[in-house]
Design a protein around this ligand. Sequence first.
Ligand SMILES: [Zn+2]
Length: 189
Amino acid sequence: MSLVLHAPADFLPTNEFQPQLQQTLQALNLLGEAAHYQGREIFYPGTAFDRLLTFLGCAPCIETQMPEVGQSNTNFYYLELFCDTTQLHFLGGEKVRDPHCQHCRSAVAANALLQQWSISQETGIYTCPNCQQAYRPWTLNWRKCAGFSRAALIVHGVFEGEARPSDALLDSLNTVSAQRWKYFYQLSQ
Ligand SMILES: [Zn+2]
């Protein structure tokens, strides 16, 4: 499970964007030390992690040791930057809820839509089976469980609704990209 903050689907990052984003988030102390985990570059939570994210229950107990291989540690939070200058990605988790048409609010079958989208990518324009309104997949209401983007900040270990980004964090992300960022929760099976 994770909290994903992402730029809108039409944001086109340059090659300089990821280092800029990293620098910004390190200066804010959201990102701590860089490390390698499961073959990826990750960051430990920085000293401002629990201020820049608002935890809705009790204060989190932040585990600073990586779990041993094969062990799961529910208090191990870590962060990852995602940036692809070449193509748009669907960033939902293993499980997604069916999104709703923004026009008539009827549900659209997520699995069939994502299968079609993985073939047609950005050229795909779909029609709502209920109201016949044309739409792009990212304009649907994904009910905070998925998003489409080329640039994201992923906070691993956050359960759905456990924490949300503070205004200060969203403001910084908006400023570094000149775009309005959104967030959702990746759901596991
Ligand atoms: Zn519709």
